[in-house]
Ligand binder design. Sequence first.
Ligand SMILES: NC(=O)c1ccc[n+]([C@@H]2O[C@H](COP(=O)([O-])OP(=O)(O)OC[C@H]3O[C@@H](n4cnc5c(N)ncnc54)[C@H](OP(=O)(O)O)[C@@H]3O)[C@@H](O)[C@H]2O)c1
Length: 251
Amino acid sequence: MKTILITGCSSGYGLETARLFHTKGWNVIATMRTPNAAVLAPTRRLQVLPLDVTLPESIDQALRLAGPIDVLVNNAGIGLFGAFEATPMATVREIFETNTFGTMAMTQAVLPQFRKRRSGLVINVTSTATMVSFPLVAAYTASKTAVEGFTESLALELAEFDIGIKLVEPGYGPTTRFGTNGVERMQGLIPEPYAPYARSVFAALGNPTAVTTEIAVAEAIWRAANDYAGTLRYPAGDDAVAIALTKGRQV
Ligand SMILES: NC(=O)c1ccc[n+]([C@@H]2O[C@H](COP(=O)([O-])OP(=O)(O)OC[C@H]3O[C@@H](n4cnc5c(N)ncnc54)[C@H](OP(=O)(O)O)[C@@H]3O)[C@@H](O)[C@H]2O)c1
């Protein structure tokens, strides 16, 4: 029976992914900054561990408690919507600490066990923002695009040790806690000169033609974890698939 460790399972795509893999019979290590049995209750095959991907000691402890794993899903992430001109560099760094360096640190931490066993898979959750440009998300897009480049290059050296690394690229998911979790960080990031433009962007976001659901992302991660064809990228969600098709990608 395979074991998967997922970061950021307190809500959204990570929570649904933990539920799906558990339902399908895997051992699941669902990690979250603050474990909460009301969100996800442990079972014989489901362990809930505390993990903050920005803290090295938290990563060490979680991996020690988890024991050997077969698949790591770097899902934990934070959003940022605002005019770049008004975004403090401290906030830009905060985004990178979680989305980019957290992903890199988790990957680095599991590689010794994967290399010794000559097996294992890392799945990095990025975004459709890496496929097409969306307005007012420059720093966020940079943090996720960095993960795409990181993954593409790392795939080459990991193949030497039969270790896989893949990308799951979700679209806009209005039903997760992504927006709510970012509200405080976004205060003051739309200064007056940008306000009319931001209003038009918000209006368009309110009427999306297609969106991404939690289950669509969980199913894309399931496909990525069980697909041995060497596919690197998996768009997740109706909007993400539509964008990937316009880019001429096979989905
Ligand atoms: N929703 C979208 O529109 C969308 C679109 C494209 C890509 N994505 C990506 O999909 C992933 C999941 O997002 P979501 O929509 O499911 O949002 P979500 O509901 O806000 O879930 C994000 C998760 O990441 C966790 N997290 C944040 N900082 C963390 C840290 N330092 N260490 C560990 N966990 C941390 C959060 O935990 P806490 O409860 O502790 O904050 C939460 O469990 C993210 O990587 C996001 O960038 C989302």
